[in-house]
Design a protein around this ligand. Structure first.
Ligand code: SAH
Length: 343
């Protein structure tokens, strides 16, 4: 494959991602233009295929080379820039780590953790071949973070999480941003974007459904003991959803996710939502004209500091409190979400 052919394929992909609005800024455009994606694909994948806006499977069900449009979307939402130290969880091919290197201007500022040792080796090889050998690649469980490079100005998780570990949040620098696909097993995820602010973490969901392989490890998607009643929870959700559909409602992702969150919020001590309670909550939520999940703010509190009753879902270390638009802090106001609960 000659140089010009690759350049043409790259230029075509970049133009497409700009047209569709996934690439918005110069930094991300420059990164996509300069990183040779065909050096990050498995044997047998042609350069033509490498530069299509498509997912490329790596390890069945466990690892993929994400679709360029989603990679671009995440890079834009991450708001990384020159000189910022970045931690990526889920290296896979190393392609995104290479893009991050371009965005921050120095591969040595990029730290990336991959749970599959074979993939970590492969990523090191790819990164070196493409001129990014200074990227730090660790074979290990990224839900524990990587203390050596901390604190990080940006943390990007590239597998679907259902929880956040205190290790990761502790390694995020002041004013730092963490971006992760966040969801409920069995339902499509949204991107959760959290800002570290004085005394806490707040942010919200980016309103586009994303499909990622599950995050594994200590705080991975299988570790949700509280949600082990997931089957019953989903049954409850679908019962309510069917009822809404029967009444002529439009099926949307946001509604399903919002409902799931409400169901989780109402979970009893064992973590199992009562179907009637969830149904009732959902009816009230809709009747009040409540917005979708992507319109809600999110505040993250350590379990021990969980404030007054609020729409929220609990995980191992944290409570994720949902904030409705216009219902930010009593006395707070303004655009920037603030933590409440401290007198
Ligand atoms: N960013 C990658 C695509 C990521 S696919 C790229 O640019 O090619 C998700 C990856 O996350 C998979 O390789 C999977 O093995 C890895 N992964 C899953 N759980 C993990 C964990 N706890 N720590 C580190 N990596 C993990």
């Amino acid at each position: 494959m000659g140089k010009t052919a690759v350049q043409e394929l790259t230029a075509r992909l970049v133009a497409q991602l700009k047209r569709s609005g996934y690439i918005r800024g110069e930094r991300v455009e420059e990164a996509f233009s300069k990183v040779p994606r065909h050096l990050f694909v498995p044997h047998g994948v042609t350069p033509e295929e490498a530069y299509r806006d498509e997912v490329i499977p790596l390890v069945s069900g466990l690892a993929t080379l994400s679709q360029p449009s989603i990679v671009a979307l995440m890079l834009e939402e991450l708001e990384a820039g020159p000189g910022l130290r970045v931690l990526e969880i889920g290296t896979a091919s190393g392609y995104n780590a290479a893009l991050l290197s371009r965005v921050v201007g120095d591969p040595a500022l990029v730290w990336t953790v991959e749970i599959e040792p074979r993939l970590a080796d492969w990523a090191r090889y790819n990164l070196t071949a493409a001129g990014f050998s200074a990227v730090h690649v660790l074979a290990g469980d990224g839900t524990l973070g990587w203390a050596e490079g901390a604190p990080y100005a940006r943390i990007e998780v590239t597998a679907e999480a259902t929880d956040l570990s205190h290790h990761l949040l502790a390694q995020l620098d002041r004013e730092g941003i963490l971006l992760t696909p966040f969801g409920v097993p069995g339902l499509p995820a949204l991107l959760l974007r959290l800002h570290r602010q004085e005394g806490g973490f707040s942010g919200g969901f980016v309103g586009i459904p994303v499909a990622f392989v599950p995050l594994r490890g200590e705080y991975g998607t299988e570790s949700r003991s509280r949600e082990d009643g997931g089957r019953r929870a989903r049954e409850a959700i679908w019962a309510v959803e069917s009822e809404a559909l029967a009444q002529g409602a439009r099926p949307t992702l946001d509604r399903r996710l919002a409902l799931d969150l409400l169901a989780a919020a109402l979970a009893d001590g064992a973590g199992l939502p009562a179907p009637e309670a969830a149904a009732e909550a959902w009816r009230r939520y809709r009747a009040a004209g409540r917005p979708g999940l992507d319109e809600l703010g999110v505040n993250v509190y350590p379990l021990a500091e969980y404030p007054a009753p609020a729409p929220a879902f609990r995980r191992r270390d944290y409570v994720f409190c949902l904030e409705l638009p216009g219902e930010r802090n009593p006395g707070g106001g303004g655009e920037s979400p603030r933590r409440e609960g401290t007198p």
